[in-house]
Write a protein that binds this ligand. Structure first.
Ligand code: MN
Length: 235
């Protein structure tokens, strides 16, 4: 809703803007779009059957209302029997634009978080096989659990450090942010040539090797060194 519109101008009350809490504050980060980068860690590209030297990373989107804020449970989604975790660094933008130069890109970052790109791997696999879009595999309800956003003033711009996720205490995925094929500034620059980036856009920056299945009752504990730790239960 902009300044010129009132609830009465709509034919029904609009849904609220999806938000993520800001760490150390009672403010909320309003989410406009969610971009995700695919195959941004070589070992994960290999485990998914691709050659990271031949195929550059690429982007897809999730819906802003797929965010699950910290403290909430993740409902097991419909129409899948192969729900996977993908632990990722989350980059939250305070400003945007088009044709952003890599050297200016970090000026647009408000902060960072830790997220899970939850994936209906069976539906994604069918889509890949049939040359169809990935939405059903990636963009479903509650598919983007996320920590609070930590402002750059608190965490800087993390470019190295452990990224991992355990399920019920058992380590599943582990990597280092320094293994990302596309670094955050390159990612922002590239995205800004394809789309006009705006304040509130967030980027899920890709996952290391070790993706795997979760079931109802499982507890996922994700960690990005120097950013945050998250715990989400599948219900
Ligand atoms: Mn992912």
């Amino acid at each position: 809703m902009n300044d010129m519109t009132k609830v009465a101008d709509y034919v029904f009350v609009p849904e609220p803007t999806p938000t993520i809490p800001v760490a150390g504050s009672d403010k909320l980060f309003p989410v406009r779009r969610i971009y995700c980068v695919g195959r941004n860690f070589a070992e994960h590209a290999i485990e998914m059957g691709h050659d990271p030297d031949k195929e550059p990373p690429f982007f897809f989107q999730k819906n802003p209302d797929s965010i699950v804020p910290p403290g909430k449970d993740v409902p097991y989604p419909t129409e899948t029997s192969d729900l996977h975790h993908e632990i990722e660094l989350v980059v939250a933008l305070k400003s945007g634009g088009t044709d952003i130069a890599p050297e200016d890109a970090l000026d647009h970052v408000y902060g960072y978080g830790v997220g899970l790109d939850m994936t209906r791997r069976d539906l994604q696999g069918q889509a890949k096989k049939m040359g169809r879009p990935w939405e059903t595999g990636k963009s479903f309800e509650a598919s983007a659990p996320c920590s609070a956003i930590h402002p750059v003033s608190e965490v800087g711009h993390p470019a190295q450090g452990a990224i991992r996720v355990s399920v019920n205490g058992e380590l599943r995925q582990e990597g280092d942010l320094n293994q990302m094929i596309w670094k955050v500034p390159e990612m922002i620059a590239y995205l800004s040539r394809l789309f006009e980036l705006r304040p509130g856009d967030v980027i899920f920056a890709g996952t290391p090797a070790g993706v795997g299945k979760v079931e109802r009752g499982d507890v996922m504990t994700g960690h990005v060194e120097g950013v945050d730790e998250i715990t989400f239960r599948i219900v």
